[in-house]
Design a protein around this ligand. Structure first.
Ligand code: FBP
Length: 262
């Protein structure tokens, strides 16, 4: 939000949003996250449009080679591999200007809150946020508490601290982990103020119902939506999962109403 303009506008449908994230190739490597189908970025780009997603988050290399312009683009402006050890730090790898040239409507940036290097990421995000706003782009913060100082990254206190950090640093939206229950997540949403909150998907849940219950809980807590990767593109039928999520996010359906199709 700058003044009265909601820079997240391109990603919203009636105030709600479903974003598909596909930067795990850098974050986790082509490891057990991937199979022969979903290792192909073209597969995910197609799920994004066919599944009715309101945004797709990609690193710049994947965006350059695979983005088809059908779904609003978020270019991740930093990232790190899972090979680097110690206190987490992800530095900028794409300029705002270049993200604009790729067709982005937002830039994404991961901040490891609590890391020994958090100050570097605060400073870098601060500059990127200002540049993004000058270009009319939203700045979306993936705020992930991590490092030796963090005992439990899904506690109410830590998740709400992540949400608040996004507000304090000028993000338009925050992507944060679920606390495990709606009531505590509501405090994180409240702490984020006018920042739009997206629940981060996480590893694929044991059952569809378990994941959809998280989605329901986040929406009940006042979240704008879900930014999800593995729970959709690792699914045997990603478009069916996308449809079930849309029913919760946009049609406000309860899990009990979805039960016959689960
Ligand atoms: P998932 O829904 O697959 O968890 O994706 C969300 C995400 O934030 C990705 O954008 C990112 O690659 C990944 O999670 C980071 O995961 P980690 O918790 O291992 O850092």
């Amino acid at each position: 939000m700058t003044g009265n303009i909601d820079l997240m506008g391109p990603f919203l449908k009636e105030g709600k949003s479903l974003i598909i994230a596909y930067d795990q190739g850098l974050e986790h490597g082509p490891s057990s996250d991937f199979d022969n189908r979903n290792v192909d970025p073209a597969y995910i780009v197609e799920i994004a449009s066919k599944g009715g997603f309101n945004g797709i988050a990609l690193q710049k290399g994947v965006a350059e080679k695979y983005y088809d312009g059908k779904v609003p683009l978020i270019v991740k402006a930093n990232g790190k591999s899972s090979l680097s050890k110690g206190e987490p730090l992800a530095r900028q790898n794409c300029s705002v200007e270049y993200a604009v040239s790729l067709g982005a409507k937002a830039v994404g940036y991961t901040i490891y809150l609590g890391s020994a290097y958090e100050a570097e990421m605060f400073r870098e995000f601060g500059r990127i946020q200002e540049e993004a706003h000058e270009e009319g782009l939203a700045a979306i913060a993936w705020v992930y508490p991590r490092g030796a100082a963090i005992q439990n990254d899904t506690s109410k206190e830590i998740v709400s601290y992540a949400a608040r950090t996004a507000l304090e640093l000028g993000a338009d939206a925050a992507k944060i982990k679920y606390t495990g229950e709606s009531q505590s997540f509501a405090w994180a949403v409240r702490s984020a103020g006018k920042v739009r909150v997206f629940m981060s998907g996480g590893p694929k849940a044991a059952t569809d119902e378990a994941f959809l219950a998280q989605v329901r809980g986040a929406i009940d807590a006042g979240a704008t939506g879900i930014a999800v990767g593995r729970n959709v593109w690792q699914h045997q039928e990603p478009l069916r999962m996308a449809e079930l999520m849309r029913k919760v996010v946009f049609e406000n359906l309860q899990i009990s109403a979805l039960k016959p199709s689960l």
